[in-house]
Ligand binder design. Structure first.
Ligand code: NAP
Length: 259
């Protein structure tokens, strides 16, 4: 009896069996946690990296030791030709796409008087243009009933000095989420965002001083930094049938940093 209970538990955990997911920026941080979580839930996971081949290989190796199979692709989301080749490759390798996670992102900061105007291009080319290019290229391959999940940030709604251009990029992303949800709803495709608060990744260590990390942790209701797996759990819910009635929303996964 115990064995049977265990088996049925295992089956119900595979909410994404038979699905093909693409995670941009899966070689590190939040994207890695998302790729691993979707694979655990039964999806075939394709993920991208832009530079860090050794990290991508490590993630590939980790997932391929489980029952599910993953595939890594080198593609800079800021380069249209690389994005188009990526989607062509996914079509030929997997034949379809059910779940698109636009996670790849970059961070730069500084107060207005110190930033150069080109910071806008460096950030928006990846965080906004890259998402538009990837989603547009994927639209024909994405199945009716599919999922698009954009990784935003609490920075979009939480005014932090020194983060204006990055925050504006995530606010732009939140607008895309809402409007694409309207535009794609007739195909039963849901479009949502997940907005992490501070989350322990390379980007977090790059962006914040030790003092700022302590201050941000103190601001959360739960008094800690987020882990990439905290974000991946919310993404997995939205990607699964359980999330099917949620669309056009950006859900904060931030330990209550913003309440
Ligand atoms: P991360 O540790 O810096 O990892 C970034 C990932 O994106 C890497 O896999 C990187 O690939 C990839 N990437 C960067 N530029 C790319 C490009 N042009 N094309 C394709 N891939 C690219 O960042 P993270 O903290 O995991 O952040 C993931 C997402 O969460 C981002 O959208 C970020 O804005 C958002 N976010 C993070 C936090 C936080 O506190 N960490 C908070 C709010 C929102 P390589 O390994 O090849 O460089």
């Amino acid at each position: 009896m115990k064995v049977l209970e265990g088996q049925s538990q295992q089956v119900s955990n595979k909410r994404l069996a038979g699905k093909v997911a693409l995670v941009t920026g899966g070689s590190r941080g939040i994207g890695t946690a998302i790729a691993k979580r979707l694979a655990e839930e039964g999806a075939t996971v394709a993920f991208t990296y832009s530079k860090n081949k050794s990290s991508a290989e490590q993630v590939l190796n980790d997932i391929n030791q489980t029952e599910t199979k993953a595939y890594a692709y080198k593609a800079d989301v800021a380069q249209d030709n690389e994005v188009n080749l990526l989607i062509d490759q996914i079509k030929s390798d997997h034949g379809k796409l059910d779940i698109l996670i636009n996670n790849a992102g970059v961070w730069e900061g500084g107060p207005l008087q110190d930033v150069d105007v080109e910071q806008f291009d460096r950030i928006f080319d990846v965080n906004v243009r890259g998402v538009i290019a990837t989603t547009k290229a994927a639209l024909n391959l994405l199945q009716d009933g599919g999922r698009i999940i954009n990784i935003s940030s609490v920075a979009a709604t939480f005014a932090t000095p020194g983060m204006s251009i990055y925050s504006a990029s995530k606010a732009a992303l939140d607008s895309l989420t809402k409007i694409w949800a309207q535009e794609l709803g007739a195909r039963q495709i849901t479009v949502n965002g997940v907005a992490p608060g501070t989350t322990a990744t390379d980007m977090y260590h790059q962006a914040l001083s030790e003092e700022a990390k302590v201050a941000f942790n103190e601001k959360t209701a739960l008094k800690r930094v987020g882990e990439p797996e905290d974000i991946a759990a919310v993404v997995a819910f939205l990607a699964s049938p359980d999330g099917g009635w949620v669309t056009g929303k950006t859900i904060a996964a931030d330990g209550g940093i913003n309440i």
